[in-house]
Design a protein around this ligand. Structure first.
Ligand code: PNS
Length: 163
């Protein structure tokens, strides 16, 4: 049976930290899915379809061509996992606050459907990078290029930020 991993998140926008986790997770499974999910606790910057497309472009630019990128809005994340036959979620863990944030979700996802969550430590170069930081810097006109794939920087330069 082939192993299928899922990297979920809001990816609003995808960062170099996400890209690091995705490319490393790719080596751990026969098949890897990146799933963009709306997080109702966060005010969205980019439409979900745009986030998917930026992840696809960033991965293509990085030479990673065999990751399935999609979105999910049909219910629980574990429903997606069961639909595609995945049994493992992969997330990055940057700090103690990430541990507090991720622990309940990992426990709930295991209780809901026996889906395990594994955590990858970030490359130290990206340990401080988050989408919310990028949204804040971009919103105030700062340079986001140290934190995001060039596809994201080019998209925001070309289109500005949504209202
Ligand atoms: O990048 P984020 O915003 O930290 O990702 C959080 C996300 C989207 C993975 C999380 O909110 C999620 O899994 N949402 C799907 C709804 C769900 O399944 N909730 C119950 C288990 S946490």
């Amino acid at each position: 049976m082939s192993s299928i991993g899922v990297v979920p998140g809001s990816f609003d926008p995808v960062t170099l930290g996400h890209l690091d986790v995705i490319t490393r997770a790719r080596g751990l499974f026969d098949e890897l899915h990146v799933v963009v999910v709306h997080n109702p606790d966060k005010r969205a910057m980019l439409p979900i379809a745009q986030r998917v497309s930026l992840i696809e472009k960033a991965l293509a630019d990085a030479g990673v061509t065999d990751v399935h990128v999609t979105s999910w809005s049909m219910g629980l994340l574990v429903d997606y996992c069961q639909e595609v036959g995945a049994s493992v979620l992969v997330k990055g863990l940057r700090s103690g606050s990430d541990v507090s944030y991720e622990t309940p979700m990992a426990i709930v996802n295991r209780k809901l459907a026996n889906i395990e969550t594994v955590f990858l430590m970030p490359d130290p170069a990206h340990g401080h990078v988050s989408s919310s930081l990028v949204r804040q810097v971009a919103g105030l006109g700062g340079d986001i290029s140290p934190y995001v794939p060039s596809a994201v920087k080019e998209f925001i330069d070309a289109n500005g930020l949504p209202d």
